[in-house]
Design a protein around this ligand. Structure first.
Ligand code: COI
Length: 360
């Protein structure tokens, strides 16, 4: 190993507390956590410890000024029991793209990969065996200077925590197209996986949830015409047999699941268009009976069907899940590739090597 990672193991695993048949998303944390600190010049002090709270100084800059970025990725087990990471190098690269935008230090890609291998190897028993479930992996970097004053922090902390998850959206989602609040504009931070993007979306999302919706469909300001994404996933439409998803333009998260689904669909011969699309076009397609499917993609969401989209006083009710042939195909192929049921011609699966750690 290139990076010396010190390992302190838990004394007793908490795994037996988790019911793999009914896993609530985001509630369970595996036995260990990876931690590294940036001292102003270098990443240092690589360690894996029993998962526990750590103390934070009240003047921690990440809390005050929001230099905080994260990733969401998954490990699964293939049908022959081999733990695999899904496109980890893409997540390393996106973390570093977020870091650059938020004026934070990049993390060496090979450190990211090594830390993941050791951590997931150690807690590989926490990977749920059932297809559709996974070990969710949450890398997080935040500013850690103890300082009151607006400037980039010098010290940072990077952690990786993991936990078993089931589906994020167990049923199709109802979307409200937002025409007052804004998630992101070009030139802003929308393309970064920055904590503040999610914070700014909380109030409008809560207002929509109070009206019975699950999530917002964000539109581009100031015209509120062009569709961007859903707060937790990228958005796709199937219009008259063609799969359409918005171009990422600097204000939309470059979803790794989005990219994977686009690749799978294109290679299977489905007509796919990556372009700007307006809410008006979607409404028009609906009125003509040509809006066949809408679905979201994301690490947590995987492929999630959309049941309704409301824009002002227009409520569009989409076909039921059984009729969503393209998104069902895409979901099955993504899950099947991750579980080894389908081949992986793209090299998207990275086997976890450090498995002997789990056995000690
Ligand atoms: C993910 O899909 O991993 C995210 O970070 C989104 C969040 C809704 C969990």
């Amino acid at each position: 190993m290139k990076y010396p990672v010190s390992i302190t193991r838990i004394e007793r695993s908490r795994l037996e507390e988790v019911n793999f048949d009914n896993i609530v998303f985001g509630r369970h944390f595996s036995d260990h956590i990876f931690i590294a600190d940036y001292d102003g010049q270098n990443w240092t002090d690589f360690r894996i410890e029993p998962f526990a709270a750590f103390s934070i100084h009240p003047a921690c800059m990440g809390l005050h000024y929001g230099q905080s970025i994260f990733e969401g990725m998954k490990a699964t087990k293939t049908v022959d029991g081999q733990p695999v990471l899904f496109r980890p190098e893409m997540h390393a690269q996106r973390l570093n793209a977020s870091a650059r935008r938020m004026c934070m230090p990049e993390l060496p890609e090979d450190l990211f990969m090594e830390a993941l291998d050791v951590l997931v190897g150690l807690d590989s028993n926490w990977i749920p065996p059932r297809e559709g479930s996974a070990l969710y992996i949450r890398p997080l970097m935040f500013a850690n200077d103890e300082f009151i004053g607006v400037r980039p922090s010098q010290k940072y902390r990077f952690v990786i925590m993991t936990g078993p998850v089931g589906p994020y959206y167990p049923k199709p989602v109802r979307l409200l197209a937002e025409n007052h609040y804004v998630r992101a504009v070009r030139g802003g931070t929308g393309e970064a996986k920055a904590a503040g993007n999610y914070a700014g979306a909380m109030l409008p999302t809560k207002l929509a949830q109070n009206k019975g919706f699950d999530q917002l469909l964000w539109l581009e300001a100031p015209e509120f015409k062009y569709i961007q994404e859903v707060g937790t996933m990228n958005i796709f439409f199937v219009i008259d047999g063609v799969v359409v998803t918005p171009t990422t333009d600097g204000a939309i998260l470059k979803g790794i699941t989005r990219d994977s689904i686009l690749t799978l669909l294109k290679d299977a011969g489905y007509p796919v268009e990556v372009r700007r699309i307006t809410i008006g076009e979607v409404i028009e397609a609906y009125r003509q009976g040509k809006l066949q499917e809408a679905f979201g993609t994301g690490t947590a969401a995987v492929v999630s069907h959309v049941s309704h989209i409301q824009y002002q006083d227009i409520l569009m009710e989409l076909p039921s899940v059984e009729k969503c042939l393209i998104s069902n195909w895409a979901k099955d192929h993504l899950e099947g590739l991750r579980s080894g049921r389908f081949p992986d011609p793209y090299g998207w699966l990275t086997p976890v090597h450090a498995l002997e750690l789990a056995e000690v």
